[in-house]
Design a binder for this molecule. Structure first.
Ligand code: CBF
Length: 828
């Protein structure tokens, strides 16, 4: 039984439908009537689908009651607009929320079935790239658990993030057909479909009352169809909605073309329209100005805003009080076209005067920035923008003209600053700057960790900060303890529950209550045993997925995240190669046996990141097969890192690598998942690492590297990587080893692009931080030898991680930005 199951489900649940007998009956009914199978001939997928339907049915009543309560109370609703929702598998999480995992397990076993096997059957919807999409998933879990009326709006991509395999050490991408067996969690609502216009031109006209108006004559119209999934809060009656939009052609056939005899041409339009939601762009932290991506963004934003206006009408509320009913959060700039779209809907379609519409818009939106990297800042070539959204460009010009008038009063005579502030970049080819649109159209702007928010104010958005200091705030990210502890680490959950009760599942700050147990020998022994059991589980997953056998008694040193130069996986690679070099030069060197575990995807077009994967696997290949190493070092790259894999990795980790160059990682959320599960951090003063260190204490954190200030200073002085290389003999030897082709079967050209870049430019300052990183690892090595002291640190680390729950983050957003509150659901 998991820790989470040990408490009773919410007392108000209709217990009879949750009894073992009724669960079994419902399951068999679904098998027969939904899947058309009997137990004897059912496939694993049939069994999974039947179970998923059985569980979904048990959410429907509270789902109804939730929307009825919200409508009746006209409750202020948070609309979380995000182009990505990386939800992870639903079944386990929904069982946890309902509190029926134990009964279901027994029901399945009485039918001769194994619940764990059925859980493994679920295809995870990979509708996100990484941190940003997963944050959205944690946030909607917290909103539901805190009973805040909320809808997550996004895109129902037919193909999510690609499936990664590793062949000969290289990343290979395969399509992710997650819908191939259907998605039992969603319900399609064709009756709420909306029409979305694209392309064409605008026309001016005078309406019946003599007012000047603009009409958009689109080139095409696409239908947006909503697919809803229930998002149950943990042991509460609230079940919110995740509403994802699919694009459909408005007409299946172009009859005109069809009648002319061009049968294939007649379905072309359908195919092109439906391409809109075909595939998730697999780029993380970089954008390509692709027309389809702009169309995707506009499509889901327009669908969502039209949907909110429909709900507003349904609630009997006037359009002019839209901002009182909805608080819309822009998850990065991807949905920021919403500012212009809401203006268009209010002015053109609901005939609201400009000033009133602008007031409503600004009071509705708030914007979260997730990155400082210049290559991740969205801007669209003006001509492309005009082609896709001609009416919006006019609106943006008007917003810009009014905004720049206001800015000129603030910054009288400072035309350089005015040009920097403008929504249109006119320094060369003209672009629409989406972050500027988001800033101007929102009443609040936030970064996702304190350092990041400060850097936004100091650099990226400094002109906006100078103009509107009160709009800026900081909201440190958080992650849900339901998925990332209760569900992923049931062994730890059970131990914690035994000691302090299960209140931590809904209120992670209570985890602090385990702090006194850090000095309790029996507790520490159990803590260690749990970590070891989790490591054994991960070891068998690694063996299954890579064929590499690892020693569960070695230290599990883990770096899982997107592969990116700024995250510096290659810094780890250099250090591993250096350890190897040491072992080879002093055969009997006494080192702490370590398993270095990597995982993460590189954007398919990001050659340097793909080469980093190859470097890690190539170094691993040599080390793992060298008898001199005697298994004291192992290197494993887990293919296709995902939420599902993460659930096995975080609980087993002992050391969490958070080694980005200071000032580059906005926050990080993996760092929080590791900390909650007792892995100590080796990290730089970057993103939320700083706050993790503040919380857990300096002596429970392995710090290295330059601070963001030092990075700026060094860059200002003129950074010369070679100066650092000359000072460090070991690093020099390692670089030479890689360069010579030692890890690439003699191919000295293979890693040249990476190495040359490090020696000549090193934009992420690996060489400047290397020394401090290697020295820090030696401290880790020593610390790990004292098992009791290490365990104590691990317990303290978890005990002091209370701040990093998404419940805390959502509480702050509700109070400080959304002005939203809990609305308990009335049961009917
Ligand atoms: O805020 C959530 C995460 O977003 C990113 O992944 C992003 O896509 N910009 C950042 O890189 C992370 O630092 C951040 O935690």
């Amino acid at each position: 039984m998991s820790a989470a199951d040990s408490s009773v489900a919410h007392p108000e649940h209709d217990r009879s439908s949750l009894s073992r007998e009724s669960l079994k009956r419902a399951f068999l009914d679904h098998l027969l009537y939904t899947q058309g199978k009997s137990l004897e001939i059912a496939s694993k997928n049939d069994l999974y689908q039947s179970l998923a339907h059985t569980v979904r049915d048990r959410l429907v009543r509270s789902w109804f009651d939730t929307s009825a309560t919200h409508q009746k109370r006209n409750a202020r609703t948070v609309a979380y607009l995000s182009a990505e929702f990386l939800m992870g598998p639903y079944l386990g999480n929904n069982l946890l929320s309902l509190g029926i995992s134990h009964e279901i397990r027994l029901a399945m076993s009485e039918l001769g079935l194994d619940l764990d096997e059925l859980l493994r059957q679920e295809e995870e919807p990979g509708l996100g790239n990484g941190g940003l999409g997963r944050l959205a998933a944690c946030f909607i879990d917290s909103l539901a658990t805190l009973e805040v009326p909320a809808i997550g709006y996004g895109i129902r991509y037919e193909y999510g993030i690609f499936y990664q395999t590793i062949m000969d050490g290289w990343q290979v991408e395969n399509t992710d057909a997650w819908l191939r067996y259907g998605n039992p969690w969603e319900i399609q609502h064709a009756e709420w479909a909306v029409q979305v216009k694209l392309g064409g031109h605008t026309e001016q006209y005078t309406d019946d009352s003599g007012r000047f108006r603009v009409r958009w004559v689109p080139e095409k119209t696409v239908a947006g169809v909503p697919f809803d999934s229930p998002i149950p809060g943990y042991r509460v009656d609230t079940t919110n909605t995740l509403r994802l939009w699919r694009a459909e052609a408005t007409e299946a056939f172009d009859f005109h073309t069809f009648n002319r005899g061009d049968y294939l041409g007649a379905v072309n339009k359908k195919v092109t329209s439906e391409n809109l939601t075909k595939v998730l762009y697999p780029n993380d932290e970089s954008v390509q100005g692709k027309e389809l991506r702009l169309e995707q963004q506009y499509f889901f934003v327009s669908c969502s805003l039209q949907d909110m206006l429909r709900l507003q009408q349904h609630r009997g509320q006037p359009v002019t009080s839209f901002h009182k009913s909805f608080a819309i959060q822009l998850n990065d700039t991807h949905p920021s076209i919403g500012v212009a779209e809401l203006m268009r809907l209010l002015i053109d379609e609901h005939l609201v005067p400009w000033d009133r519409a602008w007031d409503i818009t600004r009071q509705t939106f708030s914007y979260t920035n997730h990155t400082l990297l210049p290559e991740a800042l969205e801007r669209w070539p003006l001509e492309l923008f005009r082609r896709v959204l001609p009416r919006h460009l006019e609106i943006i010009f008007e917003i810009n003209a009014r905004f720049l008038n206001e800015a000129r009063i603030h910054f009288f005579g400072d035309e350089t600053r005015i040009a920097r502030l403008s929504l249109i970049d006119e320094s060369g080819e003209r672009y629409v700057r989406m972050a500027h649109l988001a800033c101007v159209g929102s009443h609040a702007i936030n970064g996702v960790a304190d350092l990041h928010s400060e850097l936004l104010k100091r650099d990226l958005l400094k002109d906006f900060y100078a103009m509107w200091p009160d709009k800026f705030t900081s909201m440190t990210n958080g992650v849900t303890p339901r998925r990332w502890v209760a569900l992923s680490n049931p062994r730890m959950g059970k131990l914690v529950t035994r000691c302090i009760g299960d209140g931590w599942i809904k209120d992670w700050s209570r985890i602090r209550e385990i702090e006194p147990y850090a000095d309790d020998a029996a507790f520490a022994a159990e803590w260690r045993a749990i970590k070891r059991a989790n490591k054994i589980d991960l070891a068998s997953l690694l063996l299954r997925k890579t064929g590499i056998k690892v020693d569960p008694d070695s230290m599990f040193d883990v770096q899982v995240k997107r592969i990116h130069e700024y995250k510096r996986q290659h810094l780890s690679a250099l250090h591993i190669a250096a350890l190897y070099h040491r072992v080879k030069s002093q055969r009997n060197l006494d080192i702490t046996p370590r398993t270095f575990i990597f995982g993460g995807k590189a954007a398919p077009g990001y050659m340097r990141a793909k080469l980093m994967i190859k470097l890690i696997t190539a170094i691993g290949d040599v080390i793992n097969h060298d008898p001199d190493v005697r298994d004291r070092i192992k290197v494993v790259f887990i293919p296709n890192f995902s939420v599902t894999v993460g659930q096995c990795v975080y609980p087993a980790a002992e050391l969490s690598e958070q080694i980005s160059l200071a000032g580059k990682e906005a926050s990080g959320t993996g760092n929080m998942k590791f900390a909650m599960n007792g892995a100590l951090t080796i990290g730089t003063m970057d993103g939320a690492n700083i706050e993790i260190r503040d919380e857990v204490g300096e002596d429970v954190f392995f710090l290295f590297g330059l601070t963001a200030e030092e990075v700026y200073a060094l860059r200002r002085e003129g950074y010369r990587p070679m100066d650092f290389l000359r000072r460090d003999g070991e690093l020099h030897a390692v670089i030479e080893l890689i360069r010579s082709g030692f890890f690439s079967r003699g191919d000295s050209a293979l890693f040249a692009p990476l190495i040359d870049d490090l020696l000549n430019h090193d934009p992420y300052m690996l060489l400047a931080d290397y020394d401090s990183y290697a020295a820090c690892h030696s401290r880790v090595d020593q610390a790990y030898r004292d098992t009791q002291a290490w365990t104590r640190m691990s317990i303290l680390n978890t005990a002091r991680s209370g701040k990093f729950s998404s419940d805390r983050a959502i509480g702050e957003y509700c109070d400080r930005i959304w002005k939203a509150r809990a609305v308990p659901v009335e049961k009917r």
